[in-house]
Every structure is written in C-alpha cells, then in structure tokens.
Design a protein around this ligand. Structure first.
Ligand code: ZN
Length: 139
C-alpha cells in the first residue's frame, strides 16, 4: 500500500520566510504551518514576495550587458549567473515558493544574460586578439 501514498510535499528552502512573522521556514513542508505563528505555508506561498533569484537574475543580466565593453572580464560571469538565477527562479515558481509574476523578471534576466554572453564573448575574443598581437610584437 505504500506505493499509493502521494510523494512528500516540497520543503521550503532557507530564505523562504513566513508572510506573517518573517520566520525562516527552512525545512517546513508546503501544507504545514509556520512553527512560529501558525500561518499555513500554502497561504504563505501564494502571498510570497517576488522571487529574489528572479530579481538577482535581471540585475546580473543588466550588469552583464552594461559591462560588455570590459572585454568580457566582468560581464561574462554576470551574464552566465543571470541565466543560472533565471532557471533557479523558474524552479522556485514551479515549486510554489514564488509568485508567477516572478517569471517575467526571470525571463528578462535570461534574455539579458544570453545577449550578455554573446557580447562578452566578442569582448573576450577582442581581448585575446590584443594579447595575441602584443605577444607577437614582442617575439
Ligand atoms: Zn509565521
């Protein structure tokens, strides 16, 4: 009969906070209540704030674009992280840990991230080209 049991509900990760009291709900499963104030975690999920990962993704994506003239040294890591954080934000939404509105931010972060990767790749090629020319002139 054990195989008829539904899978255990996902547990909140660290940083997921109760909407009522701000208590860190790490390890609390969806459907359970906040151990601090008793607010149901399902209700918390529906009312939770915009995914921090989605905001981080968009900010990193914009930074990655804005710094693409730094020969990719700063912009490339930011752009790659923007894509990673966009994916994490989507997983948060799918798990019910962030509102669906976070998807727009995550999408913007991913788009900026991919454009940033492309532009910074060009920047890195230019940088390597300069280094190559300098090295060749020294030989
Ligand atoms: Zn609480």
């Amino acid at each position: 009969m054990a195989e008829d049991l539904p899978p255990p509900p996902p547990q909140a990760k660290s940083g997921v906070r109760c909407a009522s009291c701000g208590f860190d709900l790490v390890g609390v499963a969806l459907g359970q209540r906040c151990p601090e104030c008793g607010t149901p975690v399902m209700q918390f999920a529906a009312n939770s704030q915009t995914s921090g990962k989605a905001v981080t993704s968009l900010v990193l994506g914009i930074v990655g674009l804005a710094t693409c003239f730094s020969y990719g040294v700063i912009g490339m890591p930011c752009a790659i992280l923007a894509i990673i954080f966009a994916r994490k934000a989507e997983l948060q939404v799918q798990a019910g840990l962030a509102p669906v509105t976070s998807l727009g931010l995550a999408k913007g972060g991913r788009i900026c991230g991919w454009i940033g990767v492309a532009l910074n790749a060009i920047g890195l090629l230019v940088a390597f080209g300069y280094i190559f020319v300098i090295v060749m002139s020294l030989i």
